[in-house]
Ligand binder design. Structure first.
Ligand SMILES: Nc1ncnc2c1ncn2[C@@H]1O[C@H](COP(=O)(O)OP(=O)(O)OP(=O)(O)O)[C@@H](O)[C@H]1O
Ligand SMILES: [Mg+2]
Length: 141
């Protein structure tokens, strides 16, 4: 699945709902679905406010399913991240004046099973994350 949309705050909930609808075919629990939506929100919000700094741009979301694992890739062609190690530290934010808490990457790491970030200054950022959807036994259904 591949989705492209304009970097606008109103599209954040749109992206979250589309990914959730795609993930639904794995029959996730409500908790798993909520984890995925939260992680997608964080990544898309980052692309809008940090990548494009509220300016114009295109955000791409790609999702694949491999057996019971969903892989989600969220890319922007915005300003990129200079020091990735620092950016991924809990509580680090480059926009403290906007009341950001610097917890976006930590949230993505916590709610997903894996998180990889590739970024180049002036080129953009790609966030890859995956989550295994636990298969419920008949008794749990
Ligand atoms: N797509 C992106 N493009 C450019 N810089 C980014 C991007 N995503 C994250 N960053 C940088 O990484 C920092 C940390 O991101 P993170 O999401 O953890 O915190 P935050 O967005 O600052 O605060 P919060 O997510 O808690 O509101 C950001 O402050 C920003 O400098
Ligand atoms: Mg953030």
């Amino acid at each position: 699945m591949k989705l492209e949309f304009a970097s606008k705050s109103t599209n954040e909930s749109f992206a979250r709902v589309v990914v959730a609808a795609f993930a639904a075919q794995l029959d996730p629990t409500l908790e798993e679905l909520s984890d995925i939506k939260t992680a997608v929100s964080e990544a898309v919000t980052n692309a809008i406010i940090h990548g494009y700094e509220y300016g114009e741009g295109i955000i791409t979301v790609e999702c694949s399913i491999y057996e019971s694992i969903i892989e989600i890739e969220i890319s922007d062609s915005g300003k990129g991240i200079g020091d990735l190690k620092e950016a991924m530290e809990p509580f680090f934010t480059s926009k403290p004046n906007l009341e950001r808490s610097g917890m976006g990457f930590t949230v993505m790491e916590t709610f997903m099973d894996s998180l990889e970030v590739e970024s180049m200054e002036g080129k953009g950022t790609v966030i890859k994350m995956s989550k295994r959807i636990r298969e419920l036994s008949d008794k749990e259904r």
